[in-house]
Design a binder for this molecule. Structure first.
Ligand code: NDP
Length: 294
């Protein structure tokens, strides 16, 4: 058996089209479009690229984006002031503070300053808290985990009653992904660097979300035949045959595991394209809520 390949580019394109239609609907009803403010502190090249890609994606669906490029030595108070002003700006429906922030900035305090109505990354402690409680709805769910769930559902797999294993417990991926699976009635095991007998635990999974950042760690004999695999990992490995000298691989040994899985996401082209699509979805949801359209 060879697995169904879950194509994140195709599913992300569907979501972007849905968002575009909602943006047009909002414009027709209110004369306004959703707005996303992207706050970038310092000059990290990777962060600059992520922010540039997010702004480009906004433009493609008709979302207005506002860029704030701030110096690396900005003070905590000045950064808080920028966020507070954006909280009050009615044209801004989503605020994205690109992480990581420089070492002297208290990241938790900055993320906690973002109004929960505009917390499109879903990292505000109140949104994470609501996500972790039964029958509490967060206003926003973090983009990458939300994208993982969309990939499973839109590929026709149910989560209800399934055994799910999440590899990784980070605040941005593993933990919220596990909470989302739990909300959808999976029986969830969260694994991390201290988990004993990892392959044995992973073999119980009907659904596996891997987010550890370890190149091709999950092997064929770690998984149960018929598992649905969502590979979040992005790892660069040396490859002299590639003009760049490296290639990107996931946390799952794709070529082996696809022989036994029911479905699997490739890296690249699986979870990656979903993260920005879900940011567009979250921003538009926030704007529609603010305008009484949701
Ligand atoms: P973190 O480094 O924050 O978390 C990694 C998690 O994996 C931790 O919980 C850690 O355990 C666990 N872990 C590490 N090594 C092992 C091991 N050998 N066995 C079991 N568990 C282990 O990473 P992120 O969650 O931020 O990211 C994970 C991966 O996903 C990365 O490759 C990242 O690049 C990618 N990513 C991809 C995105 C996308 O858009 N596709 C978006 C975000 C991330 P412990 O808690 O005990 O330390």
């Amino acid at each position: 058996m060879s697995a169904q390949i879950i194509d994140g580019k195709v599913i992300a394109a569907q979501i972007r089209n849905e968002v575009k239609a909602d943006v047009e609907r909002m414009k027709a009803a209110t004369g306004k479009v959703p707005g996303l403010a992207a706050v970038l502190v310092g000059d990290r090249k990777d962060s600059q690229t992520y922010v540039r890609n997010k702004k480009k994606a906004c433009a493609e669906v008709g979302i207005a984006s506002f860029g704030y490029d701030l110096p690396a030595d900005i003070s905590q108070d000045d950064l808080k002031k920028v966020v507070t002003e954006l909280n009050a700006n009615p044209d801004v429906h989503g605020i994205l503070v690109q992480l990581p922030l420089p070492g002297h900035i208290d990241e938790e305090e900055i993320l906690g300053t973002i109004s929960i109505e505009k917390d499109v990354d879903g990292f505000h402690p109140l949104n994470i808290g609501r996500l972790s409680m039964k029958r509490r709805e967060p206003l926003f769910v973090p983009c990458t985990p939300r994208g993982c769930i969309e990939l499973i559902i839109r590929s026709g797999y149910s989560i209800d009653g399934k055994r799910a294993v999440v590899l990784g417990r980070s605040n941005i991926v593993g933990l919220p992904a596990a909470m989302l699976l739990l909300h959808r009635n999976a029986t969830v095991t969260i694994c991390h660097s201290r988990t004993k007998n990892l392959p044995e635990v992973v073999r119980e999974a009907d659904i596996l979300i891997a987010a550890v950042g370890r190149a091709e760690m999950v092997r064929k004999d770690w998984v149960k035949p018929g598992v649905v695999v969502i590979d979040v990992g992005i790892n660069a490995v040396d490859d002299a045959s590639d003009p760049r000298g490296y290639r990107l691989v996931g946390d799952v040994a794709y070529d082996e595991v696809k022989e036994v899985a029911a479905a699997i996401t490739p890296v690249p082209g699986g979870v990656g394209p979903m993260t920005i699509a879900m940011l567009l979805r979250n921003t538009t949801d926030g704007a529609m809520r603010a305008n009484g359209l949701m």
